[in-house]
Write a protein that binds this ligand. Structure first.
Ligand SMILES: Nc1ncnc2c1ncn2[C@@H]1O[C@H](COP(=O)(O)OP(=O)(O)OP(=O)(O)O)[C@@H](O)[C@H]1O
Length: 418
């Protein structure tokens, strides 16, 4: 019974316990934030493409393609645009309804149409209507209420790769089908890769690919602004709970310019998980160490990183060991290149190895950075100008320690045997 009581205490303590979060819901994937840093240009491009709906409604059916890798804000940006655009239309006395369909969830043309009807609050009779009949019902509804409808087809690549060609044709050439004079239906097609449309017939492609808006992967600076916006403006965390260097660290790991994927979703997930780890450890601050632990759980590239450690040569491993030693000795995360080189010289000599020259060590560090094992950043402007500071991108655990030591031992043994 005692054990049960202890467990109950534990649960109660955890419920009462302190937390670094203030409004954690703003970190959930479906949350649409007030600001979308670094997507202003894309929102403007969307607005320009759609403005004719307001100035000359019924004259044209707009088609825009949005293309970009995963986590580059395609979904959140189109939703935000839809929200703002229909709001502005309403102020001008026009009805524009924005519908967002995920082609992966609504897997067939029919299911997509049912979902569009749902979002329009239009009841569809249960007797099995065909897609064509359903679309006609939707169109009549728009006509009766004088509505302009924007349909966003998210993950359109999926629809293209799984649907019969007639369905794609029907969807994009809807006006030939409907024979309607007033154009009320407009599309935003969201794709990860433009090349996924390559297999389509030219007559279809011409209806889809008119205006392409690119969503490039985010740089480290851009991710920093996105994370900071959720922390400071959206108040995801208590004031001061997330250290600035933690945000910098996460942005550097995922920044496209730093060899990362440029994926804002992974950066936000890492931040959220780092917060949860801080809570579990009873810490009032979210530190780089929490971010490293979160990264090792989330970053899909990490298991690959551990594999790459097994491929490193002896002196590259010694550089990694030097950074680990410095971390253990000084408790810091980032060290200047000079310091790492100094420690590397000691580590090498201790093992009876002749340390490599400065330029070679520099090259090792560059390679380790490319492999994603090391994160580098510039120091703040100090007395001696800017210097490059480096840190390991993985948490320093006993497991990592053992792995590195074993690999070093193996390399030394191999050398002896030759
Ligand atoms: N510029 C931005 N500002 C604020 N948050 C952003 C921004 N870009 C992306 N995000 C956030 O990152 C996450 C991923 O964004 P989103 O789902 O829009 O990406 P996506 O490009 O549609 O990805 P996928 O191709 O995987 O569907 C979401 O939580 C979103 O709110």
């Amino acid at each position: 019974m005692k054990v049960l009581d202890e467990l109950r205490d534990l649960v109660e303590d955890a419920i009462k316990g302190s937390t670094v979060f203030e409004k954690s819901k703003v970190l959930t994937p479906d949350y649409i934030p007030k600001n979308l840093p670094h997507r202003e240009k894309q929102i403007k491009e969307l607005s320009i493409n759609f403005r004719e709906i307001l100035s000359n409604p019924g004259s044209t059916s707009v088609r825009v393609v949005i293309s970009g890798k995963t986590g580059t804000g395609k979904t959140v940006t189109t939703k935000k645009f839809g929200e703002l655009f229909s709001e502005i239309a309403k102020e001008k006395g026009l009805r524009v309804v924005y519908t967002h369909i995920n082609c992966h969830r609504q897997r067939t043309l029919y299911l997509m149409l049912v979902e569009i009807a749902n979002q329009l609050n239009l009841q569809i009779p249960n007797r099995g209507l065909s897609s064509q009949e359903t679309f006609k019902l939707i169109y009549d509804y728009l006509e009766k209420r004088n509505i302009q409808l924007i349909i966003t087809l998210d993950e359109f690549d999926y629809f293209v790769s799984t649907s019969p060609i007639e369905d794609i044709y029907f969807l994009v050439r809807i006006y030939d089908e409907l024979n309607a004079l007033v154009k009320r239906i407009h599309y935003i097609f969201i794709l990860r890769e433009l090349t996924s449309l390559a297999s389509l017939d030219k007559s279809i492609k011409d209806h889809v690919i008119k205006n392409v808006i690119e969503f490039p992967p985010y740089t480290s600076e851009e991710l920093y602004d996105i994370l900071m916006d959720r922390i400071v403006n959206e108040k995801a965390f208590r004031e001061g709970a997330v250290l600035e260097e933690t945000v910098r660290f996460i942005s550097d790991i995922y920044g496209f310019d730093k060899g990362g994927s440029g994926n804002a979703r992974l950066a936000l997930e890492t931040l959220e998980l780092a917060g949860k780890i801080a809570d579990t450890e009873g810490s009032l601050l979210v530190t780089i160490d929490h971010a490293k632990k979160a990264n090792s759980k989330i970053n899909p590239e990490l298991s690959i990183i551990l594999d790459t450690i097994r491929d490193l040569d002896l002196h590259q491993l010694l550089v990694v060991k030097a950074i680990m030693n410095l971390h253990k000795k000084e408790g810091d995360d980032f060290f200047s290149m000079g310091k790492v080189e100094e420690e590397y010289n000691i580590v090498a000599k201790d093992l009876g190895e002749i340390p490599r020259k400065h330029t070679q060590v520099f090259e090792y560090i560059r390679k380790l950075k490319l492999m994603g094992l090391i994160t580098a950043r510039q120091s703040g402007k100090g007395m001696r100008g800017r210097t490059t500071l480096i840190s390991l991108s993985v948490p320093i655990s006993e497991e990592l320690d053992n792995l590195i030591n074993n690999e070093i031992r193996d390399r030394l043994l191999q050398q002896k045997n030759y």
